[in-house]
Design a protein around this ligand. Structure first.
Ligand SMILES: NC(=O)c1ccc[n+]([C@@H]2O[C@H](COP(=O)([O-])OP(=O)(O)OC[C@H]3O[C@@H](n4cnc5c(N)ncnc54)[C@H](O)[C@@H]3O)[C@@H](O)[C@H]2O)c1
Length: 428
């Protein structure tokens, strides 16, 4: 069997490799020629995807990549894993999905299965994508070609999390579409969870991400409430998670980051308006989570104040630019917001992140492009008035940090293992 995976990013690339591993021939398609070239040379551009895995699949002729979308005609199934961001008005931007639909539609052959994996609002697959595919191919979904939605559940940097072992939810436009999609994923994934429609599958993914956003907001709020009472939220969570039922730990932090949790819930908020429905939990969680960097900045001000310094003119080092530990993904990272808030107030801000040696151009923070991570050594770290831990990468030596830094603001409880330096650590 030959399939095509469109969009070879954090979701598409591991999925393509998993199919290739199960002896399915995979044609990867992407608009980014640099990624396509790297794959064809057997090289990786994502930290947690080993070069060897890609090289092996390419050498074995089970995986190759191209920018030529007409080649979807070679595939029996096409899986779409392109970005679904918010636009500048914080509304869903499904243009990448629609562009992909338009690019592949003229080349679809009868009986092909098209599956969307990008996280999106209910109705995207069977309304928006279906329309562009039908228009461009002159064929009917459910009659001439099959259509389905199956959300990705990628957990970057989690060593236990293997694409093959993560149960996969699948919804089809018709019963036959569902059966085709189940047969496809059955080749590469151990456990499949069929649901009644594409919309139910889209809604499942949103529930999963909204659940995280709301629970993170809850612990972020409790962090402030307990903090005012002199109670440490981290200690409380450690104790609460010993309950063997009915509790699941979530951890506070400097704000939400990544391509999913800060964005996806608002896909539902937008769509819900069409049905006169309000998503109050989502809005409230968003408000609390986006307020976190401001809270952290006040803690930085307090810590500097204690040392008779102001934010203005102080040198602050942000430790960790990636949005979560042990990944190189800094999309939507609250570290950028912290850098902006502190720079706006006159601080001289640098960052250290071994996984992000240089900041790439971003739409939201273009002025940081080209900035480089500082070196990790005593002289450099000690030269900052304050180190702000925004991400707790496990490769960082926190004992050295404790010894070298003048003052530390810790948003991740990363210094818990270095009690000797407690006096210079401010939890935030
Ligand atoms: N990153 C995650 O952990 C994760 C987890 C679950 C779901 N998702 C969802 O999966 C989708 C993809 O996310 P990602 O993290 O892989 O994004 P990504 O930015 O890492 O990858 C997207 C890829 O699509 C390519 N692309 C963009 N426009 C294209 C087009 N018109 N045609 C072909 N390729 C195009 C880009 O060049 C890029 O390689 C999103 O909807 C996201 O919400 C992501």
């Amino acid at each position: 069997m030959k399939i095509s995976v469109v969009g070879l990013g954090y979701v598409g690339l591991p999925l393509a490799i998993q199919f290739a591993r199960e002896n399915v021939t995979v044609l990867g398609l992407d608009v980014d020629a640099a990624k396509v070239n790297m794959i064809n040379q057997g090289r990786s551009y994502i930290k947690h995807i080993a070069q060897g895995t890609i090289a092996e699949a390419v050498r074995g002729k089970r995986f190759c990549a191209s920018t030529d979308f007409s080649r979807v005609k070679e595939a029996e199934a096409v899986i779409i894993c392109v970005p679904t961001p918010l636009n500048k008005n914080r509304e869903p931007d499904i243009s990448f999905i629609l562009e992909t639909g338009r690019a592949i539609a003229p080349h679809l052959t009868k009986g092909t299965l098209v599956v969307l994996e990008s996280t999106t609002y209910p109705g995207t697959t069977d309304e928006d994508l279906r329309m562009v595919l039908e228009e461009g191919s002159d064929m009917k979904a459910g009659v001439d070609f099959h259509l389905a939605f199956s959300p990705e559940r990628e957990d970057p940097a989690n060593q236990q999390s293997k694409v093959k072992l993560i149960p996969k939810v699948v919804g089809g436009y018709t019963q036959a579409c569902l059966e085709h999609a189940m047969a496809l994923y059955g080749k590469a994934i151990d456990t499949l969870v069929p649901v009644s429609s594409c919309r139910a599958a889209e809604a499942t993914k949103l529930l999963e991400n909204i659940f995280r956003s709301v629970n993170i907001a809850l612990v972020n709020e409790l962090k402030l409430v307990y903090g005012a009472m002199g109670i440490d939220i981290w200690e409380v969570i450690e104790a609460a998670k010993t309950k063997p039922f009915g509790f699941m730990p979530f951890y506070p932090g400097p704000g939400l980051g990544g391509h999913c949790i800060p964005i996806d819930p608002f896909y539902l908020t937008w769509k819900a308006r069409e049905f006169n429905q309000h998503t109050r939990f989502i809005e409230l969680a968003g408000e609390i989570n986006t307020g976190m960097p401001e809270h952290v900045m006040h803690r930085v001000a307090d810590a500097l104040n204690e040392r008779q310094k102001a934010i203005k003119g102080s040198r602050v080092l942000i430790l960790g630019l990636a949005y979560k530990p042990n990944v190189d993904d800094e999309r939507e990272s609250p570290s950028y917001v912290l850098m902006s808030l502190l720079s706006e107030r006159g601080a001289e801000v640098d960052y250290y992140d071994p996984y992000v040696p240089v900041i790439k151009p971003t739409r939201e923070h273009p002025h940081f492009a080209g900035k480089q991570s500082v070196e990790w050594n005593q002289a450099t770290i000690a030269s900052f008035d304050l180190v702000l831990i925004a991400t707790n990468h496990s490769c960082v030596n926190y004992e050295e940090l404790g010894d070298w830094a003048q003052c530390i603001v810790d948003t991740r409880n990363a210094m818990a293992g270095v009690p000797a330096v407690r006096a210079k650590v401010w939890k935030a």
